[in-house]
Ligand binder design. Structure first.
Ligand SMILES: [Zn+2]
Length: 476
C-alpha cells in the first residue's frame, strides 16, 4: 500500500515555526478549519484539555468555586458600561445584528454579561463571597496571523469571576488563583512558569492590576499562560452591583476574574516536543502506554494473546495494543513516538520465551528489558520519572536563557538573542512604548513578585528612577 509521510520533516532547532505547525497537525492535536483563523481541536488535544479540566475543577472545588454557564451573546449596551474595558476589546469583538434587536457581541470574555446577573444576585454581605467559574468558548476576531492553539479566532478557556466584601479578600484570592495556575502548569503539564504583575501598559482593560504566569518557549519568545485580575470596584460600579454590609449600609464590592485557555496545549507541545514529535507528560497522556507486539506468522497468536493480557493488566494506564497487520513495527514505533505516548512496550516471540518485554521511554528514548513480573512497578516508576524529568529539563532551559542586565546596549543585544531579560524599569507607559520601538517588538512580560530591597540602577531605557526589576522579551 502507498504510505503517507509520517514524521516531521524539519528540525526543531532549525525551523521552529514550521516544526510547531507540523507537530500540531501530525500528532493530530488540531487542524485548520475552512473558516479562516479557526481550529478544529482533535481528540488527542481534547483529552489533554479534559485532564486540565479535571485537575482544575478539583482544585477550585476546594476553594468553594461553583461552575455555571452564561450566554455567548453580550448586548452592546453592556459593553459600553465599562469604558476602559470596551475600548480594550473593541478591535477584536465580532458582532451580530438581527433586525429589530440590539447589536450583540460574541463574548471575547464574560465580565459584562456575568456582572449584569451578579447585580441581581448580590444583595447582602451574606451573599459574599460569590465565586463562579465557567468553561466556555470565546471569540476574538484576530487580524494578526493566527497560529493553532496560540492565536485563533475562537478558543476554549475557563474564566472565574468572584465578588468580595473587601479589597483585602479580593487581593488575597486574586493571588491564590494565580498560584493554582502555577501548580497546574508545573504539576500537570511539567511547565515551569514565571509569576508576577503586569505593567500598566499590559494589564487587562478595566482592571486595577493583573497578575500573570508566563513561560519561555524554545524559540526564545515568552508566552502568557494565564492571568488573574483584581478588577477593583470599577465593574461593580458600572454594573450597579451593590450590597448591604454588616452595618446595614449600601456598599460596593470588589471583584476579580481569572483564566487559562487551550493555549496551554500549544505551550506543552512546544516545550516538550522534539524532532521525532510530541512528548506528553504522563499525567495528561490519554494512552500512557503503547504495546507493540512483534508479529511473525508462526508465533503471532501467542504474542497477541500476551499483548492483550498486558493490556488488561495495565488498564490503569489505558494502554493501546497496535495489532495492525499491514504496518511494520518500525512504522508503529515512529507513529506512537510522533504522538508522544510516554512509554512503548515491545513484545516479540523471544521476549515471550524469556518472560520479558522491551520498555522504551519517550522522553529519553532509553530502552531496557523488563521482566513481566516487575512490569507494573517499572511502568509506575518510569511515568513518575518522565513527569519530573520534563519539568527539570524545561526549568533548565528557562534558567539558561534568563539574564539580568543594567545597560541599554546589553539589553538590546540580549533581546535580539532571544533571551528573557530582567532589567530595572520605571514602569511608565511611554517608556515601554519606546523600548518596544527600539528593540523591534520587545514587551514587558511581568514584574516578579520578589524584588530587591533597593534598586540602584536607573530605568534601562529612560534613565529615570527605576521602580522595580521587570522581565522583558519578545513574545507571542
Ligand atoms: Zn523608563
Amino acid at each position: 500500500m502507498a504510505k503517507k509521510t509520517l514524521g516531521i520533516s524539519v528540525k526543531k532547532s532549525e525551523n521552529f515555526s514550521e516544526w510547531y505547525t507540523q507537530i500540531v497537525q501530525k500528532a493530530e492535536l488540531a487542524d485548520y478549519s475552512t473558516v479562516k483563523g479557526c481550529m478544529v481541536i482533535r481528540p488527542n488535544a481534547y483529552s489533554i484539555w479534559e485532564h486540565i479540566q479535571d485537575y482544575f475543577n478539583e482544585r477550585i472545588k476546594t476553594l468553594e468555586v461553583r461552575n455555571a454557564y452564561f450566554p455567548l451573546f453580550i448586548p452592546e449596551s453592556f459593553f459600553k458600561k465599562e469604558a476602559e474595558h470596551a475600548k480594550g476589546f473593541k478591535p477584536e469583538v465580532a458582532w451580530i445584528q438581527n433586525s429589530g434587536e440590539e447589536l450583540l457581541a460574541i463574548r471575547p470574555t464574560s465580565e459584562t454579561v456575568m456582572y449584569d446577573s451578579y447585580s441581581k444576585w448580590v444583595r447582602s454581605w451574606k451573599d459574599l463571597p460569590l465565586r463562579i467559574n465557567q468553561w466556555a468558548n470565546v471569540v476574538r476576531w484576530e487580524t494578526k496571523a493566527t497560529r493553532l492553539f496560540l492565536r485563533t479566532r475562537e478558543f476554549l478557556w475557563q474564566e472565574g469571576h468572584c465578588v468580595y466584601e473587601t479589597k483585602k479578600d479580593c487581593d488575597k484570592e486574586t493571588r491564590i488563583y494565580l498560584d493554582e495556575y502555577e501548580k497546574l502548569c508545573e504539576e500537570l503539564l511539567s511547565i515551569p512558569v514565571l509569576t508576577g504583575t503586569k505593567t500598566e501598559k499590559e494589564k487587562f482593560a478595566g482592571a486595577l492590576y493583573t497578575l500573570s504566569i508566563e513561560s519561555l518557549m524554545p524559540d526564545g519568545k515568552a508566552l502568557q499562560m494565564g492571568t488573574s485580575h483584581n478588577l477593583g470596584q470599577g465593574f461593580a460600579k458600572s454594573f450597579k452591583i451593590k450590597y448591604l454590609n454588616k452595618k446595614e449600609q449600601v456598599d460596593t464590592p470588589w471583584q476579580n476574574s481569572w483564566g487559562v485557555s487551550t493555549r496551554l496545549i500549544g505551550a506543552l507541545a512546544m516545550i516538550h516536543g522534539d524532532d521525532r514529535g510530541l512528548v506528553l507528560p504522563p499525567k495528561v497522556a490519554y494512552h500512557q502506554v503503547a504495546i507493540v507486539p512483534i508479529l511473525f506468522e508462526d508465533s503471532k497468536k501467542k504474542v497477541l494473546k500476551k499483548a492483550n493480557e498486558l493490556k488488561t493488566k495495565l488498564k490503569a494506564h489505558n494502554p493501546l495494543v497496535d495489532d495492525r497487520d499491514d504496518y511494520s513495527p518500525g512504522w508503529k514505533f515512529n507513529e506512537w513516538e510522533l504522538k508522544g505516548i510516554p512509554i512503548r512496550i515491545e513484545l516479540g516471540p523471544r521476549d515471550l520465551q524469556k518472560k520479558q518485554v522491551v520498555l522504551v521511554r519517550r522522553d529519553l528514548n532509553e530502552k531496557k528489558h523488563v521482566k513481566l513480573t516487575s512490569l507494573s512497578k517499572e511502568i509506575e516508576k518510569t511515568l513518575v520519572d518522565i513527569q519530573k524529568n520534563l519539568l527539570k529539563k524545561a526549568k533548565k532551559h528557562l534558567e539558561k536563557n534568563t539574564v539580568e542586565v543594567s545597560h541599554w546596549q546589553d539589553f538590546k543585544k540580549d533581546i535580539k538573542n532571544r533571551k528573557l531579560v530582567l532589567a530595572p524599569f520605571c514602569g511608565e507607559k511611554n517608556c515601554e512604548e519606546q523600548i518596544r520601538e527600539k528593540t523591534d517588538g520587545a514587551k514587558s512580560i511581568n514584574i516578579p513578585f520578589k524584588q530587591p530591597k533597593e534598586i540602584k540602577e536607573p530605568c534601562i531605557q529612560c534613565k529615570e528612577k527605576a521602580n522595580f526589576i521587570c522581565r522583558f522579551a519578545k513574545s507571542y
